[in-house]
Design a protein. Structure first.
Length: 413
């Protein structure tokens, strides 16, 4: 796999020749070249050490950005260097995964780190090649897993203030735009879905059975099903419009491929909210005895959905705006701080690769303050986008937007 220079694996380690606690002299530049570079590039990433950051600006700030945002980080613990442990602590605090710990075979490490999985080099028979292969496999496993490898990240998340779990009822938009295509927007939106007006496509995150939730469940699927159903003058349910159409599309299939996207009409949501289509994405799969789990490569759901939206079959529908939930982070159990950057990066990459796309704006909904924090952190860290001039709040019932200060602003679409 060719490495992508935009996807870096930050490597925290000493430079040059250093002496460990047993008096051995280690050439860490050789370790970097002979052990780390090849498996990192094989995983599709470009390796980077602090001494290789050459552009203008604060090296420390750039280093901390890589520690906090890179999908992969490798840490060499061999000399028990205080700087290395400080940077590892930052990484474990800010990122749930993937962090790989390594050391020279036989080198001692402090008690507090001994319970962690540490890859030793060279192999027991002195082979660098075997060490490279072990790191490569560990990288692949780590990238495929949704489980955190940080021993403190999940504890820290549980210790966060309860308000971060609280639902955000206020309707607000936090807009960003592509640096190279300023007409393309990516926004985070908060508030109840019944406040979202004139967004062409709503994405319904479902399991691979594509079974919509019951009307009164506490989920987006349930709300879409209920709000899209046909009702009589007394508000009584008459026809399960969207769920029925989805069943017809499945044509008897009990399950679909993870990441698959099925398109239905929006039922009553067309008249009440201006929604044109519902895109049902298979983002979780059932595991017997364990419930539902987010699928591997969940970000492909974003790519598949945007590609389907641009399909010529829907050109006549004029689909230009779309909203995604934080897919896979509800019943699927995915960590939003891991999932949000992947979803946002997929949308940005789609715009970069499809400059003729008819899509003008992608929304990501933040149900609570934790979702909002995760989305904004991912957006601010990405150099392909920049904050749009004003945050806007979408007014009801017309969907006309005003700025945060109450001044008129452009409409949501």
């Amino acid at each position: 796999m060719a490495s992508d220079p935009r996807r870096t694996c930050f490597i925290i380690m000493p430079f040059g020749r250093k002496t460990d606690n047993d008096g051995r002299v280690i050439d860490f530049d050789e370790v970097y070249r002979e052990i780390f570079v090849e498996p990192v590039r094989a995983a599709g990433f470009e390796p980077l050490r602090c001494d290789e950051i050459t552009h203008a600006g604060s090296i420390h700030r750039d280093m901390f950005i890589h520690i906090a945002t890179d999908d992969l980080v490798i840490v060499d613990l061999t000399t028990c260097n205080p700087n290395v442990f400080y940077e590892l602590g930052i990484r474990h605090t800010l990122k749930p995964s993937v962090t790989i710990l390594t050391k020279l075979r036989g080198a001692a490490v402090p008690f507090n780190i001994q319970g962690q999985r540490i890859l030793e080099y060279p192999s027991s028979n002195g082979s660098y090649a075997e060490s490279r292969e072990e790191i490569r496999k560990f990288l692949e496993t780590g990238m495929a897993s949704t489980e955190p490898d940080s021993p403190i990240f999940s504890i820290l998340q549980d210790a966060r203030k309860d308000w971060k779990r609280e639902r955000i009822n206020k309707l607000a938009e936090y807009p960003y735009r592509m640096v190279s295509q300023s007409s393309r927007k990516i926004s985070v939106i908060t508030g109840d879905m019944r406040q979202w007006h004139d967004i062409d496509v709503w994405v319904n995150s479902e399991n691979t059975n594509l079974q919509m939730a019951r009307y009164y469940d506490r989920s987006l699927s349930a709300m879409i099903r209920y709000e899209g159903a046909e009702k009589d003058d007394n508000g009584e349910l008459v026809k399960d419009t969207i769920a029925n159409e989805l069943v017809e599309l499945l044509a008897g299939r009990e399950s679909v491929t993870p990441g698959a996207v099925y398109v239905t009409n929006s039922g009553s949501l067309a008249g009440t909210m201006g929604v044109k289509k519902i895109f049902h994405a298979a983002t979780t799969h059932g595991v017997p005895g364990s419930g539902y789990q987010v699928i591997r490569d969940v970000e492909k759901c974003v790519t598949n959905t945007l590609r389907r939206m641009d399909d010529t079959r829907y050109h006549a529908d004029g689909l230009g705006t779309i909203i995604f939930p934080m897919i896979g982070t509800g019943e699927g159990g995915g960590d939003v701080y891991t999932v949000a950057p992947k979803l946002i990066e997929a949308a940005i990459s789609y715009f970069i690769s499809n400059r003729n796309s008819r899509i003008t704006k992608v929304y990501f909904s933040a149900w609570n303050y934790r979702d909002l924090e995760a989305c904004q952190s991912a957006l601010r860290a990405n150099t392909e986008i920049e904050a749009a001039p004003h945050m806007s709040i979408l007014c009801l019932p017309c969907g006309r937007a005003v700025s945060a200060a109450g001044r008129p602003a452009r409409a949501a679409g």
